[in-house]
Design a protein around this ligand. Structure first.
Ligand SMILES: C[S@@+](CC[C@H](N)C(=O)[O-])C[C@H]1O[C@@H](n2cnc3c(N)ncnc32)[C@H](O)[C@@H]1O
Length: 330
């Protein structure tokens, strides 16, 4: 499949980014994107992309999450797909491997990550079926109603205006087509914030401190900023250098889906609801903070988190999404 083939889906000519730097050869951009500053994305996704790849390459795990959604909707992808914010290909690589008649337009703002995607696709003889496109996904250079399916793994919360990506998604999808996004939600994170604030208050009263408590303080701040961003003066400017910007609510997506004329939108938690607050805290402490769990926190702190695990019914915890899938149907 050549660039000439994929060009039919774009409203602007595609240009090989070798013109910007030889290392970006075979990464393409719609012409108006060439030379534009890359706002809203940090060095981790650009010049530090190789270490990001080494740390977060999780093809099997991410595919498991996507596969569950595809099965729930009875979808076996074929034809043409777009993956927004594909990065080095955590979603793209296993999807192409599992669905041999699928072709994918792989969009990311980072030509560095897309160069890694091309390399990994080439190794697995998948490159023929994908096109790496460097552009800001908040801008729309696409035709209408040509995509059979759209994917976006952990990408919308990095956008200043995620609604733009969803509007484009609902434009490019064929009628009846689906879009699968995986994102963090305010619902469950608000509960985590309450639990962490309770732990930090008890630690203050008991005069205990340590790096894991500081890490929880950082999480509290992160959740607070991402849920109440509008009350921070100049927040739009700060977003230019902040990677994680949003925690979503169902209402946010339902409103956009309605305005864009989608047939429907459905939500499901990405992970099992049993002990979900303990599991999410363990994941954050170990994967993002590099702490050993459960040793990082005293027993009384885990007991506080466990109380929140048992306070809600399993059904309620389905609604209290911490990380969830959002599936739009056009
Ligand atoms: C957390 S990573 C997820 C990557 C991949 N989907 C995965 O599941 O591993 C977020 C991705 O969004 C990309 N991104 C951030 N802002 C973007 C924008 N405005 N347009 C397109 N991609 C963007 C980043 O470069 C990064 O690759």
């Amino acid at each position: 499949m050549s660039t000439t083939y994929f060009q039919q889906y774009f409203s602007e000519p595609l240009v090989d980014l070798a013109c910007e730097a030889p290392r970006y050869a075979s990464v393409y951009s719609p012409q108006p994107e060439v030379g534009l500053p890359r706002f809203g994305v940090s060095a981790e996704f650009l010049e530090k992309s190789e270490s990001y790849f080494q740390k977060y390459q999780q093809y099997d795990y991410i595919f498991g999450l996507i596969e569950r959604e595809l099965k729930a909707f009875g979808i076996s992808p074929q034809g043409t797909a777009i993956d927004f914010g594909c990065g080095f290909g955590n979603t793209v690589i296993p999807i192409l491997e599992h669905f041999p008649s699928l072709r994918m337009i792989c969009v990311d703002i980072s030509p560095d990550l897309l160069t890694i995607l091309n390399r990994e696709a080439e190794k697995r003889q998948l490159k023929e079926r994908c096109l790496a496109v460097a552009m800001d996904a908040q801008r729309d250079y696409f035709g209408e109603s040509f995509a059979d399916i759209v994917f976006g793994g952990a990408v919308l919360h990095h956008m200043v205006k995620p609604e733009k990506v969803i509007e484009t998604t609902l434009k490019v999808l064929k009628p009846g087509g689906h879009a699968v996004f995986l994102e963090p939600f305010e619902n469950g994170h608000a509960i985590l914030r309450l639990a962490y604030e309770e732990i930090l208050e008890k630690a203050r009263l008991q005069k205990v401190a340590g790096p894991a408590f500081e890490f929880l303080r950082g999480l509290v701040l992160d959740i607070a900023v991402r849920t109440k961003r509008a009350q921070y003066p100049g927040f739009e400017k700060k977003w230019e250098t902040l990677d994680d910007k949003w925690m979503f609510t169902k209402t946010y997506f339902e409103k956009i889906a309605r305005n864009a004329g989608a047939k429907g939108v459905q939500f499901r938690p990405l992970h099992e609801t049993a002990e979900c607050f303990t599991k999410q805290t363990t994941m954050a402490l170990s994967q993002y903070g590099g702490f050993k769990c459960p040793d990082a926190l005293p027993n009384w702190a885990w007991e506080i988190i466990g109380r929140y695990d048992h306070f809600f019914s399993e059904e309620m915890k389905q609604d209290l999404l911490i990380e969830g899938s959002i599936v739009f149907t056009k």
